[in-house]
Each structure stands twice: as structure tokens, then as C-alpha cells.
Design a protein around this ligand. Structure first.
Ligand code: 5GP
Length: 172
């Protein structure tokens, strides 16, 4: 079993600084409601937030796909939902990875029912080759190849979330 480093700790740090700078500029003088998509985005969200200089409040949301056998049914269930009404607020959703795009599409549909003033998306990773539900990622960390990645919040069977880099897990 080995983990190959795919995106280093330094690359992630530099990217987060760059994204935070853009967010601080784009929302200058405004308040922000940051919505962390659990579980995988917790580390990206925590590091990004430490570089945000705007007045921020935080909410959490957790969605998972219904699985039948090994296949996702395409339906999403919400296990944690935002507690606050987001009407008229500036909302920034923070996601770990956009793969097919199903999860984030469903989350955005749900959050838009609150009628926020603005709704923007930050995602650390995006796999363009797997995407079937197109979504605009306003603040993207890295486009990656079609590989299963772990670390920096992302897990394999519950493990490896603590790694400070993005790695590729090799079971051999
Ligand atoms: P989507 O709905 O976009 O297909 O999938 C999004 C979710 O699938 C992510 O939030 C993440 O939990 C999981 N996922 C997709 N690709 C990967 C990957 O390469 N590694 C890990 N650990 N999780 C992934």
C-alpha cells in the first residue's frame, strides 16, 4: 500500500492564498455566509477561511447519494442542512471535489430556494472528464485527471482525510 503525492502541500497552500485573495476582492465590503460541504471539504474550508478577511458566518451541509448495490441512484439525501435562512445573503459554498457534478448541482438547487443575493462555488478539485452535470466553479483549485484521490479532507473508506497533500492511493 502506497500513497503517491499528486498535489503537494505547498501547491495547495499557494492556491488557497490565491483563491482567498480573489474572494476578498470580489466580496470587498460585504458579508459572506460560507457553507462547508461535509465531510470532505472541512480542511479546504478551514484553511481558506483563515485567509478570508471579510465578516463571515458559517453553515454546514451534508448530502449523500442513495446507493443501490454499487451504483448511485442519482438521488441525493440531505443528512445535515443549513440552519439559517439565506434570503438576501452572499453565499459561498465550499466543496472538496466536483466529479460527475450531481452532488453540487442538488446542493445548489436546494440553496437557491432560499433566494440568496449571490451564490458562488469554490471547489478544491474538478475532474472534467467525469463531469455530466455542468456547474460553474467560481473559485477552482485544480483540474485533475480521472483518478481517485485522497487526502486534504478526502477519504478512502474513511481513511486518509488527515494527509496535508492530495495523493493517489495504490492498493498494491
Ligand atoms: P459527484 O456528485 O460530483 O459525482 O461526487 C462528488 C462526491 O464524490 C465528492 O464530494 C466526494 O465525496 C466523492 N468523490 C468524487 N471523486 C472522488 C475522489 O477522487 N476521491 C474521493 N475521496 N472522493 C471522491
Amino acid at each position: 500500500m502506497a500513497v503517491e503525492i499528486y498535489i503537494s502541500e505547498d501547491q495547495i497552500k499557494n492556491k488557497i492564498t490565491e483563491l482567498a485573495y480573489r474572494i476578498n476582492e470580489d466580496f470587498s465590503g460585504q458579508e459572506l455566509v460560507v457553507i462547508c460541504v461535509l465531510n470532505g471539504a472541512f480542511m479546504f474550508c478551514a484553511d481558506l477561511l483563515r485567509e478570508i478577511t471579510l465578516p463571515v458566518t458559517m453553515e454546514f451541509i451534508k448530502a449523500s447519494s442513495y446507493i443501490s448495490g454499487t451504483q448511485s441512484s442519482g438521488e441525493i439525501k440531505f443528512e445535515v442542512d443549513v440552519k439559517k435562512n439565506l434570503a438576501g445573503k452572499n453565499v459561498l459554498i465550499i466543496e472538496d471535489i466536483v466529479d460527475t457534478g450531481l452532488t453540487i448541482t442538488k446542493i445548489m438547487e436546494k440553496l437557491k430556494t432560499h433566494v440568496p443575493a449571490k451564490i458562488k462555488l469554490a471547489s478544491l478539485l474538478f475532474k472534467p472528464s467525469r463531469n455530466i452535470h455542468p456547474v460553474k466553479i467560481d473559485y477552482l483549485g485544480f483540474e485533475i485527471q480521472d483518478k481517485f484521490v485522497i487526502g486534504f479532507g478526502l477519504d478512502y473508506d474513511g481513511r486518509f482525510r488527515e494527509l496535508p497533500y492530495i495523493g493517489i492511493f495504490d492498493e498494491d
